[in-house]
Design a protein around this ligand. Structure first.
Ligand code: IPM
Ligand code: MG
Length: 353
């Protein structure tokens, strides 16, 4: 079981180090994980001039799973687009065909007060956002900025083929079957043809899943419903750009973006696992970042790529215990709790493993 480890930029190396400690404990228990580090994002630009260099391409192609910290930083914002760290992330998703992005938003009862929403609105929240990750306006052609009739125009193309929609719909229906069997498909079919096709294909696919209750919601309404009554949702399926936006919104319902893991899978459950938060350059190197989203991403890796459900549960239980014992990094701190840094949080998780 080969894991490529890409710490990336900003807080990436610190939080990934804590997840690596968890892998080492599992290894000590006899699980045969091989880990190999690689450069990705800004650190790769600094070393090689490219955000996703050839050596890293080979490494991730060879690996069964990839653990990624975060990429990006203000020093890279003025680089040409192909050299930006974010481009590396989009390239790795596209080149490995990681089309299925699973972003769970779960509220741990201990953190109900950390949410900006009232505790009674978010109590018991458990949503899974299934975001299509390799299509849509992110990758559509044509795209660019050019002169037309004496002024600059910027343009992108929102595009989905029915096969792209169908395969992500299958993933979402199957995920719903393992949960509360409710799927809400989010689109903007009142305005955009691309998402009209989305709705049609999701409806066609639903005939294979009579046990799942399918509903549809326009994206603007979905954004509103997520803060009005988020517990109406079980699984949400949507395209790349809407999923990007709604998953950040959903993360805040749970109190901290520092708690949320993600998985990006191909057809064979090979996957890239990363926290959904960014590289947080303002707090990098200060031992304050929350490593739990990365550790929970590792739990997702055990579940989806390695089919090690019991190990996945063991990691998730350790995180739950750490919270119930009162350990908090600054992002989720409340008075009376035990404030710890990145490594201290890692210590607490290891102690509970
Ligand atoms: C995410 C991020 C990325 C995205 C950026 C960094 C390219 O926001 O994973 O949600 O837009 O997909
Ligand atoms: Mg995003």
């Amino acid at each position: 079981m080969k894991i490529a480890v890409l710490p990336g930029d900003g807080i990436g190396p610190e939080i990934v180090a804590q997840a690596v400690r968890v892998i080492e404990v599992l290894r000590g228990d006899g699980l045969n994980f091989e880990m190999e580090p690689g450069l990705m994002g800004g650190c790769a630009v600094d070393a090689t001039g490219e955000p996703f260099p050839e050596a890293t391409r080979r490494l991730v192609k060879d690996a069964d799973a990839i653990l990624l910290g975060a990429v990006g930083g203000p020093q890279y914002d003025s680089l040409p687009r192909p050299q930006r760290p974010e481009r590396g992330l989009l390239d790795i998703r596209k080149s490995l065909n990681l089309f299925a992005n699973l972003r769970p938003a779960v509220l741990y009862p201990e953190l109900a007060n950390a949410s900006t929403l009232k505790p009674e609105v978010v109590a018991g929240l458990d949503i899974l956002i299934v975001r299509e990750l390799t299509g849509d306006i992110y990758f559509g052609e044509p795209r660019g900025i050019e002169m037309r009739e004496g002024q600059r125009v910027g343009f992108n193309t929102m595009i989905y083929s029915e096969s792209e929609i169908r395969r992500i719909a299958h993933i979402a229906f199957q995920a719903a079957q393992k949960r509360d069997r409710k799927l809400c498909s989010v689109d903007k079919m009142n305005v955009l043809e691309c998402t009209q096709l989305w709705r049609e294909v999701v409806i066609e696919t639903s005939s294979e899943y009579p046990d799942v209750e399918l509903t549809h919601m326009l994206v603007d309404n979905a954004a509103m419903q997520l803060v009005r009554n988020p517990r109406q949702f079980d699984v949400i399926v949507t395209g790349n750009i809407f999923g990007d936006i709604l998953s950040d919104e959903a993360s805040m319902l749970t109190g901290s973006i520092g708690m949320l893991p993600s998985a990006s899978l191909d057809e064979n459950n090979k996957g890239l696992y990363e926290p959904i938060h960014g590289s947080a350059p303002d707090i990098a190197g200060k031992d304050v970042a929350n490593p739990l989203a990365t550790i929970l991403s590792l739990a997702m890796m055990m579940r989806y790529t390695f089919s090690q459900e019991s190990i996945s549960k063991r990691i998730e239980m350790a995180v739950k215990k750490v919270l119930s014992q009162g350990y908090r990094t600054s992002d989720i701190y409340e008075s009376g709790m035990r404030r710890v840094g990145t490594a201290g949080m890692g210590d607490a998780v290891l102690a509970n493993l």
